[in-house]
Design a binder for this molecule. Structure first.
Ligand SMILES: *[C@@H]1O[C@H](CO)[C@@H](O)[C@H](O)[C@H]1NC(C)=O
Ligand SMILES: *[C@@H]1O[C@H](CO)[C@@H](O)[C@H](O)[C@H]1NC(C)=O
Length: 387
């Protein structure tokens, strides 16, 4: 498989059009078969305190270690010979579905209510103070702004819930993000929401306004600001004054160099000059948990434990993971999962050249790409034979 790809790459190079390193399609197909769970506006938590989703990195890392010890990474990915592994699922708290005409958001703080010129979506979207709040907001320290005053909210990677706020306050929202482990970004907006659950007998209830601070385990950006609202029976849910902010820092991984940010590009590692390949394979995480480079570090370390044990048995030198590149892989703009590509030695940012790949008409891109190297041993690039 891999040699076929190399031949294809060589052929393309001869044609003057070098192909980037292929994505690992077998691993991607496996991830796509069991996509990340999603939520909608009508997923209303029972009480404000239930609205946030908590992430436990210790448990998630332990699950990765256990998985690799029984199902190690190989390159290329085996084509579904092993029994399909049980899918780990990041637990999103169960969200209540209210009976028609029952109050939904009584216990939540509310924003300014818009009932004029009408109690409708057009009046809500046209209400100038919402736009003024969004346009006048100050970017909180430690964050960069990804968009301002949209009528759309993000559907980003790693759903972490939302909090209803008493005022449009990005600084307060950023503090909620800072204090919720795994949070990488947030979206703050005004939402037109029904006072009771729409349904038979109350098809189009009166509206109220929630100021929502939505937390995410991956970046919010213009591309994933796709949620324009929904119609619940005859009630139109819309959003406006929507601003997105992304944290400038991610969690470091113990024993690895500081995260090297590669933006929307993946490492495109060539073969070593002696013909050997530093690529060790890929692990894709798509349980719905936040983006976390420490999951890749756990995969890299556990793979090393496995390979070291095997090498002792066969009295050979183990292939060790010393470098990984992790990013959120997107198919047509929708998150497939957190991709971790493992390597035996480091590659610097000049090799971060792989941004876009098509498979058929499907467009695969990356965001939030970071590289990490073992802090004490970055591995050996084989010495090239003298030309
Ligand atoms: C949001 O909706 C309002 C009212 O329809 C419109 O004036 C404004 O241009 C919209 N904003 C964006 C960014 O599309
Ligand atoms: C880094 O490499 C050293 C030397 O091979 C190894 O002992 C150590 O466990 C590695 N660190 C991590 C975090 O894998």
């Amino acid at each position: 498989m891999r040699s076929a790809l190399i031949l294809a790459a060589l052929a393309a190079m001869v044609a003057g059009n070098p192909l980037p390193q292929e994505l690992d399609w077998a691993a991607i197909d496996e991830a796509l078969a069991d996509p990340i769970p999603t939520t909608t506006d009508s997923s209303i938590p029972t009480a404000p305190a239930d609205a946030l989703v908590t992430y436990d990195p210790v448990a998630e890392i332990a699950a990765v270690q256990k998985e690799i010890s029984t199902d190690p990474i190989s390159a290329p990915s085996p084509t579904a010979t092993a029994a399909p592994e049980e899918k780990r699922s990041f637990l999103v708290k169960s969200l209540a579905k209210r009976d028609a005409c029952q109050p939904e958001v009584d216990s939540f703080p509310k924003g300014p209510v818009v009932h004029s010129p009408g109690d409708d979506d057009a009046s809500f979207l046209a209400y100038q103070p919402f736009h003024d709040a969004a346009l006048g907001a100050v970017t909180p320290p430690g964050y960069t702004k990804s968009y301002t005053d949209l009528n759309k909210t993000s559907n980003a990677y790693g759903y972490m819930g939302w909090v209803a706020m008493a005022s449009y306050d990005p600084l307060a929202c950023s503090k909620l993000c800072d204090n919720n482990v795994g949070c990488a970004s947030f979206n703050i907006h005004f939402e037109r929401t029904p006072v009771v659950a729409p349904g038979a007998g109350c098809e189009n209830p009166e509206s109220t306004t929630l100021i929502k601070c939505n937390l995410w385990g991956g970046p919010v950006n213009f591309e994933n600001a796709v949620n324009t609202g929904e119609t619940r029976t005859n009630f139109v849910v819309v959003h406006t004054g929507s601003n997105g902010y992304v944290s400038k820092t991610i969690e470091p991984a113990l024993g690895y160099t500081e995260p090297l940010y590669l933006e929307d590009a993946a490492i495109n590692a060539p073969l070593n000059c002696d013909g050997t390949d530093s690529y060790m394979g890929v692990k894709i995480f798509n349980s719905g948990a936040p983006f976390d480079a420490r999951l890749c570090a756990a995969a890299c370390n556990s793979q090393n434990d496995y390979n070291t044990k095997q090498a002792l048995k066969t009295k050979t030198v183990p292939r060790l993971c010393r470098f990984f590149n992790t990013y959120i892989l997107l198919k047509n703009g929708v998150s497939v999962g957190q991709y971790c590509a493992l390597y035996t030695h480091c590659w610097d940012e000049s090799f971060a050249t792989n941004k876009l790949q098509y498979r058929g008409s499907d467009r695969y891109t990356k965001v939030f790409s970071y590289a990490f190297a073992n802090a004490t041993d970055t591995g050996v690039h084989p010495v090239c034979p003298a030309a």
